[in-house]
Write a protein that binds this ligand. Sequence first.
Ligand code: SAM
Length: 281
Amino acid sequence: MGIRFTEEYPEVNGAFSMEVEKILFRGKSPFQTIEVIETKGFGRVLLIDDLVMLTERDEFVYHEMIAHVPLYVHPNPGSVLVIGGGDGGTVREIVKHPEVEKVILVDIDRMVSEVSMEYLPSVASKLLSEKVICQYEDGVAYVKNTAERFDVIIIDSTDPISVGEGLFTREFYRNCYNILNPDGLLVAQAESPAYMADIVQGISHKLHAVFPKVHFYQAHIPSYPSGHWLFAFASKQYHPLKDYREEKYHQHALKLKYYNSDLHFAAFALPNFVKEIVHVE
Ligand code: SAM
């Protein structure tokens, strides 16, 4: 057996391992360690601090689900803010929507985008779209200080450790609420209910403290811990199913690999143990 990359899952004393063909890039930014490896089974893989951020094999699941669910609920998502997401995968999906006029991407680490542009162009290339403005600064400070207002905010963050920690606080969610338009909504990657129930529960409590409507939806992402992943949907006004713009989805007729209108409904149907985790009295 050749070299392997192993991501440890300390929550369950487990791990996930891939055979590595080649290390394409390894560098340290002021914030984190960034690597791109070529693997046999998952194609190119972006790692930050030894955690899988995306793999070429299954990145479409995460990026389609984090982008199209909110964008097919908001009736006119002209302005979108992405916090994190420096690899460009979420932006690639957002700019498929003709209604979106402007996307501001705020990632703390410019190196993530530079490395993704070089080694993962199929994921990153839309960072160069004329609709997209990339700003490299702390998302926590950005949402506190900006005068911009948004229809949709997407939190495409790392885990709640290191520089990502501030993107999981009540104060951060409150500042996001404040910079959303009166009918704005937010979607955030919300970790694995199978392995990280405490984190998921924390996200649910904090979002409920700020937003009148909070729902969770799920997707299957093989290279993420447990493969069972959640996204939080927090909204001032719109309900993720009652206000779903199914006709717009059919009009656009985008060629997508995971998201479709049946799945939009199905993704919000949660297993009982997940309902218990996200339930707030
Ligand atoms: N899909 C991924 C996942 O769930 O593992 C997340 C991918 S994306 C690469 C995460 C990005 O969040 C990284 O590029 C990182 O630099 C960025 N990030 C972490 N903390 C941040 C902060 N405080 N402000 C803005 N961006 C941040």
